[in-house]
Design a protein around this ligand. Structure first.
Ligand code: NAX
Length: 331
């Protein structure tokens, strides 16, 4: 039998936390034969609610769940964790300046970086979900220098999955038959959902999405804004932001990272740039990646046309600005 894996979820008393902990405990993240111990962190005002989530996890009697740590102590929460899903953060409230929100999150991610560095397993894999996700991940990396930079990532899989969903709806094909879309850049409205390399498996083989969607104009305009604005559309409809889809995407991200991507297909992950596709090193940027044996690598050699080039650079520019804003909040 396998030893249990310790999975940290920060912000575990929140919306995404409530959706993701049962998924993890059912094996959706690490597989149906992998026992887990959940570490749940939240802040003092949410302590009672966090304890309620722990009670429900016990009541659900998940066979794979070998223990639950529910705490407001960040050091305790990080102790021995193999996977860290960072969902906790400071949300933007009405009337707040961007700089004020950034400043709050920079201090949270700086402190949590140190706690992870000190207490987590040496090979901990980190996924930052909380916004601004790319920049929070960058701060975490900067303040956890002993954690390999390849182990620190951010979530753009939700945007990737939304893209698959839009193509599947448009073409009336199974979502599982659509693959190799790419989310480039920031998890924000400047992200670029790219379908130039995407295909659909049909009864007569794999067909490019560009061939199947007769209306190229739709792909270059409405489709892109629909994906970019999907988060806002969910808030408008639900009066709450995406939670089940975000939780599911976070499970997909970790599962593919740990267990590997299927042959011939890639996924999108926010990772530390190595200069691929002309994106300057020093940014956490979403790229197409394949994963094998617990390591991701950026898919190389995709052709970037002029339209795409502009979009890749615009979202990089936004990340450069976020980075300098974040650095101006330090000390
Ligand atoms: P909630 O406000 O429901 O939950 C956040 C939880 O974090 C709260 O329980 C809060 O008490 C806790 N928290 C705050 N500061 C903390 C700290 N220092 N340590 C530990 N816990 C702390 O938000 P929810 O809807 O769950 O969203 C969580 C985050 O995910 C937000 O930042 C949100 O913007 C971000 N999202 C990111 C997505 C992505 O694709 N990358 C998509 C979904 C989501 O919008």
């Amino acid at each position: 039998a396998k030893d249990p894996v310790r999975v940290l979820v920060t912000g575990a008393a929140g919306q995404i936390g409530y959706a993701i902990v049962p998924m993890i405990a059912r094996g959706a993240m690490l597989g149906p034969d992998q026992p887990v111990i959940l570490h749940m962190l939240d802040i003092e005002p949410a302590a009672e609610s966090l304890n309620g989530v722990k009670m429900e996890l016990i009541d659900a009697a998940f066979p794979l769940l070998r223990g639950v740590v529910a705490t407001t102590d960040v050091q305790e929460a990080c102790t021995g964790v193999n996977i860290a899903v960072m969902v906790g953060g400071f949300p933007r409230k009405e009337g707040m300046e961007r700089k004020d929100v950034m400043s709050k999150n920079v201090s949270i991610y700086k402190a949590q970086a140190s706690a992870l560095e000190k207490n987590a397993a040496a090979d901990v894999k980190v996924l930052v979900v909380a916004n601004p996700a790319n920049t929070n991940a960058l701060i975490l990396k900067e303040f956890a220098l002993s954690i390999p930079q390849k182990n620190i990532t951010c979530l753009t899989r939700l945007d990737h999955n939304r893209t698959l969903g839009q193509i599947s709806e448009k073409l009336n094909v199974h979502v599982g038959d659509v693959k190799n879309v790419v989310i480039w850049g920031n998890h924000s409205s400047t992200q670029y959902p790219d379908v130039n390399h995407a295909t659909v498996t049909t009864s007569s083989g794999e067909k490019p999405v560009r061939e199947l969607v007769a209306n190229g104009q739709w792909l270059n305009k409405e489709f892109i804004t629909t994906v970019q604005q999907r988060g806002a559309a969910i808030i408008k409809a639900r009066k709450l932001s995406s939670a089940l889809s975000a939780a599911s995407a976070a499970c997909d991200h970790i599962r593919d990272w740990v267990l590997g991507t299927p042959k011939g297909s890639w996924v999108s992950m926010g990772v530390y740039s190595d200069g691929s596709y002309g994106i300057q090193p020093g940014l956490v940027y979403s790229f197409p990646v394949t994963c094998e044996k617990g390591q991701w690598s950026i898919v190389q050699g995709l052709k970037i046309d002029k339209f795409s080039r502009g979009k890749l650079d615009a979202t990089a520019q936004e990340l450069i600005e976020e980075k300098s804003l974040a650095y101006s909040c330090l000390n």
